[in-house]
Design a protein around this ligand. Sequence first.
Ligand code: HEC
Length: 128
Amino acid sequence: MSKIGRQLLAAGLIAMVSLLVQAQGWQVPKPSPGLMPNPAAGKTLFAKHCAACHGVDLKGSDKGPPLLHRIYEPSHHADAAFQLAAKNGVRAHHWKFGDMAPVPQVTPDDVAHITAYVRSEQRKVGID
Ligand code: HEC
């Protein structure tokens, strides 16, 4: 094969792989550079988008688990887990509530605020 042919083939392969990676949702959404995650803003966003299942007080409901739980401490579920949960949903694996559906209404910035709120509530009860 000619040199240009090999280059085209390589470029095509790279494009295909990156499309696949995006389609699979492997990329963790990133908040805007310089964003200061704000727990107070996160509390409002959480109440609107997450509390129906995770409980207004983060203690869970009949539709979803408590986030004030050792399982969700930062070393076990890093902030990326929140971004991925909102973007892709979650396949049930720790509990018996079923899968979490994606929450497309929230932006990566919203999720960063929500995560800051969850972390500050977790710290209050010694989960950190
Ligand atoms: C319709 C109900 C529902 C809503 C709304 C919901 N969740 Fe969930 N979420 C669940 C369930 C159920 C699980 C547990 C899945 C399991 O591990 O069994 C879960 C798990 C999670 C996890 C753990 C992910 C992991 O990797 O194990 C995070 C983080 C999370 N949710 C964050 C959020 C955030 C942030 C919002 C709001 C933007 C939200 N959830 C809205 C039902 C919900």
